[in-house]
Design a protein around this ligand. Structure first.
Ligand code: NAD
Length: 482
């Protein structure tokens, strides 16, 4: 059951409106919001890119993208054509002089105005400057910037400074689509909307936390970008760090942008420096018909990691002694993103050794399906004495709110609508991004200085053995994938 919260009439300009991200995510998300009745009369979606296209050509190419990426809803010809009526196209070169006037002429006075920078980060500052110089911005105009936000602390600071010349921080929406997931917000609802969890949410009751973002795809097609990035920059610095923050942060006094982001920032600043023996880097090798990482990026000597597992610590009163284990990689056996909070064993078993020792686990599943499960211990049914079993207490929305996923907006849908509403809660602030880089940089510099070579792992495996060993040394295990 989805309730539609109305938004004001808007003009959303998608720079890079012909690109891959626009076609796969941004335009399908807008189309779905249109289908849900969240595109008020008079709203416009304006594609802007360098290609010289007519409006008809652009509409046709978007309709094709929708049929490919927007699922069943795009089979409805009338809906696609209704959405396309809101679409316009302008050829603008962010770095040149042409097209800005045409774009200005299209924008409506009085509509919420947002510019989505779906172009490479090298173009951001030219684009910001162009918008200002040609008078396209108003006091509450918003810009949306994609990842990667910087390559390290220095470049992120530079990017922040450049954008700050033209826009106030309250106008800048740094997107991390992980934060737009239904379950991620549900995590906050579970933590702060129940009495049950928060009193136990600390080192006294929680043994450790695991955050896994496993992908089965490789890097083919994105090799050039990935080779300069690696898993640490591409995934850990942003997505995994954001998830860690939401798990570890203190309760904000209100669910408001700066209250939430202040608490997340404190978590990042409390992270310890990770010791080299608490990090395992990996790189996939050819297996099961898949090429190796080095073949995929066409660099036989590549030292870039396609896998990272690390153990870190949030140094504050709440978490001292409870490690956080982070793991992410490409070409793993399953696509599986999840967070697991592993509670401690009961201090004493009154049922004796035969009953077994059991512990509660709270599992937050983000991909491929979203849902939250709490593992609880009960008596095994039957007359066979007091034997204990674990059963999942399923808090996925499936039962309570209709079939899984139904009515749950995709992350991009939610985040784009938040931009239109002017709600920055689920977007990263400048200081958060910089703090995350400040934590990441010394780790990367460390292995660059040591000439660290990633450990090989078979494509479609669980990653390098050392990742499992790192856990086992602590007397723990990674949860299985999938
Ligand atoms: P892309 O190369 O497919 O598209 C880039 C778009 O930018 C094209 O429409 C191009 O015409 C336009 N463009 C480039 N230079 C321009 C200029 N000077 N003036 C005007 N338009 C210009 O790239 P993409 O994959 O769509 O990625 C866009 C951004 O989103 C990048 O920052 C990328 O890192 C980020 N991103 C992409 C994905 C993805 O899945 N594709 C995922 C996460 C982040």
């Amino acid at each position: 059951v989805s309730r539609i919260i109305p938004v004001e009439t808007f003009d959303l300009v998608v720079f890079g409106g012909t690109g891959d991200l626009a076609r796969r995510k941004i335009l399908p998300a807008l189309f779905k919001r249109y289908c849900s009745g969240q595109m008020p009369e008079g709203s416009q979606v304006i594609g802007a890119a360098r290609s010289e296209l007519t409006e008809e050509q652009y509409r046709a190419s978007v309709a094709e993208a929708l049929r490919e990426f927007a699922g069943d809803a795009a089979q409805d010809v009338a809906a696609v054509s209704g959405f396309c009526d809101h679409l316009h196209y302008v050829a603008v070169d962010a770095r040149g002089e042409s097209g800005w006037g045409d774009l200005a002429a299209l924008l409506n006075e009085g509509s919420v105005r947002a510019f989505y920078f779906s172009v490479g980060p090298g173009v951001y500052s030219d684009l910001a400057k162009g918008l200002k110089r040609h008078g396209l911005t108003e006091a509450n105009t918003r810009i949306v910037v994609e990842k990667p936000f910087g390559h390290d602390l220095e470049t992120a600071q530079k990017l922040n400074q450049e954008l700050a010349q033209y826009f106030d921080e309250s106008q800048i929406y740094r997107i991390d689509h992980y934060l737009g997931k239904e379950t991620v917000q549900n995590l906050m609802a579970v933590r702060f909307g129940n009495m049950l969890f928060e009193p136990l949410w600390n080192a006294q009751y929680i043994d450790h936390i695991q955050i896994t973002v496993a992908e089965s795809v490789g890097v083919a097609g994105r090799g050039e970008y990935y080779e300069r990035s690696g898993a640490m920059r591409d995934m850990v610095q942003n997505h995994l760090m954001q998830l860690l923050c939401l798990i570890a942060m203190e309760p904000p006094s209100q669910f408001e942008p700066d209250a939430v982001r202040d608490e997340k920032l404190k978590v990042i600043r409390a992270l310890d420096t990770v010791a080299p023996h608490h990090i395992v880097r990996g790189q996939y090798t050819a297996a099961d018909g898949a090429d190796s990482y080095r073949e995929d990026v066409d660099n036989p000597r590549s030292k870039t990691e396609s896998f990272i597992a690390l153990k870190c610590q949030v140094n504050n009163w709440r978490w001292a002694g409870t490690p956080f284990y982070l793991r992410t990689g490409k070409r793993l056996s399953e696509r599986d993103s999840e967070i697991t909070v592993m509670f401690k064993d009961t201090p004493h078993s009154i049922f004796g050794d035969e009953a077994g020792r059991h512990r509660n686990e709270l599992n937050i599943q983000l991909q491929p399906n979203e849902g939250i499960t709490l593992k609880v211990t009960i008596k095994e049914p039957g007359p066979g004495g007091m034997r204990l079993v674990d059963v999942p207490l399923d808090m996925s929305f499936a039962e309570a709110l209709g079939p899984k996923g139904q009515g749950a907006a995709d992350a991009y849908e939610r985040l784009i609508m938040d931009v239109i509403r002017g709600n920055q809660t689920l977007f990263m602030r400048d200081d958060e991004v910089e703090a995350a880089w400040a934590w990441t940089d010394p780790i990367i510099r460390g292995w660059e200085a040591r000439g660290d070579v990633p450990k090989p792992y078979d494509a479609f495996s669980f990653g390098p053995d050392d990742a499992a060993l790192m856990m086992r040394r602590d007397g723990r295990n990674w949860r299985g994938l999938g």
